[in-house]
Ligand binder design. Structure first.
Ligand SMILES: Nc1ncnc2c1ncn2[C@@H]1O[C@H](COP(=O)(O)OP(=O)(O)OP(=O)(O)O)[C@@H](O)[C@H]1O
Length: 330
């Protein structure tokens, strides 16, 4: 549904040029929720803004819903953009208009007549849970309600794609959860494809089917979340399942195991100790629900000879578990 191929963008800055996007390629499937995560300055905003050509790439192509936007200009580009909705961290609502007035704005610009605008705004406000607030002014709304208006406005023209630029970053955790829940519902009910950028791993964890990690204008890891979590040496996994700092070295081996869809890691650990006659202690565990499946990462400390440890790791891998050797005994 969204494909970026080898997209690059450089900005001129006082201190020299900044390569905000460096050969970025990614693909978002129809109906998927795709998160791009990275620290401040990684290039996330520039990336999402190239998807609707708010930022034109220097090179590479951007294709949305079968249309190559990098090849379009003028009226054609404006028409193509109507298929792409966008929501923002600061909501960007017009204070002079009512809730309904904000939602109808894009429809007015698109030349939709008054009766059709009214019908559509009522329908979409109902969908985002603001059916009874159509006449309210923006200043009367809470942050979460403002973002609901932002979402209604973005979806008024029936786009196939929604771009979300840090949509929950200005909201408290409870409101964030309700907005993420709404986005998931809209994704399911309307088959809406969502591309979002965020600096919060929790957003990725709660909402996304797939994710990409950006650093210095490049995508350094990407894939489906359930593939990423079991990938050895995944860059995102430690943040998906934070296990804290490693202890001081003390001549032991430390491994991390990822469990997908298992109720408990305990039998695995006790069997490991028994079968291989090892001392195994649990240093940490983090469990999350990803795609409705209990997924966890466990950090174990193992004391035993090198051959015992090798056999234990091979045994775990033989059970289909992803094992990462974090520290070798010395
Ligand atoms: N219009 C611009 N002119 C000059 N430099 C820019 C411009 N837009 C972005 N940059 C630079 O490009 C780099 C990537 O910026 P970008 O805003 O895309 O990152 P980000 O990951 O979205 O960060 P943040 O979360 O802080 O918004 C940064 O070094 C930024 O200073």
């Amino acid at each position: 549904m969204i494909t970026l191929e080898q997209v690059s963008k450089t900005f001129a800055a006082r201190s020299g040029s900044v390569r905000a996007l460096d050969d970025v390629s990614l693909h978002v499937e129809q109906g998927e929720i795709y998160g791009v995560i990275g620290r401040s300055g990684a290039g996330k905003s520039t990336l999402i803004r190239t998807v609707n050509m708010l930022e034109r790439p220097d090179s590479g192509t951007v294709t949305v819903d079968g249309l190559e936007l990098t090849g379009l200009e003028g009226a054609e580009l404006r028409r193509a953009r109507q298929r792409i909705g966008m929501i923002f961290q600061q909501f960007n609502l017009l204070a002079s208009r009512t809730v309904r007035g904000n939602v109808e704005l894009a429809l007015e610009i698109a030349g939709v007549d008054r009766a059709a605008r009214r019908a559509r705004s009522s329908e979409i406000l109902e969908l985002v849970g603001l059916g009874d607030r159509a006449g309210a002014r923006v200043f009367e709304l809470s942050g979460g309600q403002k973002q609901r208006v932002g979402i209604a406005r973005a979806l008024a023209g029936n786009p196939s794609v929604l771009l979300s630029d840090e949509a929950t970053s200005a909201l408290d955790p409870e409101t964030t959860a309700s907005i993420l829940g709404l986005l998931r519902e809209l994704n399911k009910e309307l088959g809406l494809t969502i591309l979002l950028i965020t600096h919060e791993m929790d957003v990725v964890k709660t909402l996304c089917d797939s994710a990409a990690l950006m650093r210095d204008g490049r995508i350094v890891e990407q894939g489906r979340l359930d593939d990423i979590v079991v990938r050895e040496d995944s860059l995102m996994s430690p943040d998906l399942f934070p296990l804290g700092e490693l202890p001081e070295p003390r001549g032991t081996t430390i491994i991390e195991i990822t469990f997908v869809g298992l109720a408990s890691e305990e039998p695995v650990i006790s069997r490991l100790a028994r079968t291989h006659e090892l001392d195994v202690s649990l240093l940490g565990a983090a469990i999350e629900t990803i795609h409705g499946r209990q997924t966890g990462r466990t950090r174990l400390e193992i004391s035993g000879s090198a051959s015992q440890v090798d056999a234990a790791v091979a045994d775990l891998q033989g059970q289909g578990l992803a094992v990462n050797r974090v520290r070798e005994a010395r």
